[in-house]
Design a protein around this ligand. Structure first.
Ligand SMILES: CC(C)(COP(=O)(O)OP(=O)(O)OC[C@H]1O[C@@H](n2cnc3c(N)ncnc32)[C@H](O)[C@@H]1OP(=O)(O)O)[C@@H](O)C(=O)NCCC(=O)NCCS
Length: 169
């Protein structure tokens, strides 16, 4: 699916009601990369995104009109889904887009009968850690020096969210 990227379009102040989540493909890579390059210290290359698409991973985008605001990349493994990337355009962060994407992923995983959602997060990524904590992700592991960092390496927390029917969203 091809979507325009129009960085200058006005975005409503509160996004939660107006954001639409749509599937992404190769044609969306320029818009994805425009966000990836400015949001992550160590952004993925096009090759990584292409590998994800070729491997059948799920790429979904949050849109306001035709403008891509953020995206998620999810790798399915048997009865688990792994969130490999969750990324929001810095110009619209803290306006509910990350929340919308994560709720979408949780919802889709539940509807697909998954048992759990997994991800890794930098120890120092306060924004992401707060977001995941708000959705009942719990630490189940620790990977020392997992990520590249400005001064050496940074540790990762492994987080998991149960998706059993009794678990709250
Ligand atoms: C993490 C990220 C996806 C959050 O997206 P976002 O659209 O800004 O998040 P939301 O506006 O939906 O915020 C939802 C909740 O997350 C937490 N949060 C988000 N940004 C935060 C910040 N800068 N500081 C503290 N908590 C934050 C809050 O609990 C927030 O709820 P609140 O606004 O009601 O307090 C975004 O910061 C991002 O893209 N970061 C760079 C890429 C990245 O690190 N991705 C995660 C990889 S594991």
């Amino acid at each position: 699916m091809s979507h325009e990227s129009e960085p200058l379009l006005a975005v409503p102040e509160l996004l939660s009601d107006s954001v639409r989540i749509l599937g992404l493909d190769e044609q969306d890579l320029p818009a994805i990369q425009r966000i990836e390059q400015v949001a992550h210290l160590y952004p993925w290359s096009d090759r990584v995104f292409n590998d994800c698409i070729r491997s059948g991973y799920f790429l979904d985008g949050a849109f306001s009109g035709p403008r891509l605001l953020g995206f998620s990349v999810v790798m399915p493994i048997l009865d688990e889904w792994h969130v490999l990337n969750l990324c929001v355009d810095p110009s619209v962060q803290r306006r509910g887009v990350g929340r919308s994407l994560l709720e979408f992923v949780i919802d889709q995983a539940k509807q697909s009968g998954m048992d759990s959602l997994w991800l890794e997060v930098r120890v120092g990524n306060t924004a992401a850690r707060q977001l995941y904590a708000a959705y009942a992700f719990e630490q189940v592991g620790f990977r020392k020096g997992y990520y590249p960092a400005k001064n050496g390496r940074e540790d990762a927390l492994v987080l998991m969210r149960e998706l059993k029917p009794a678990a709250a969203l």
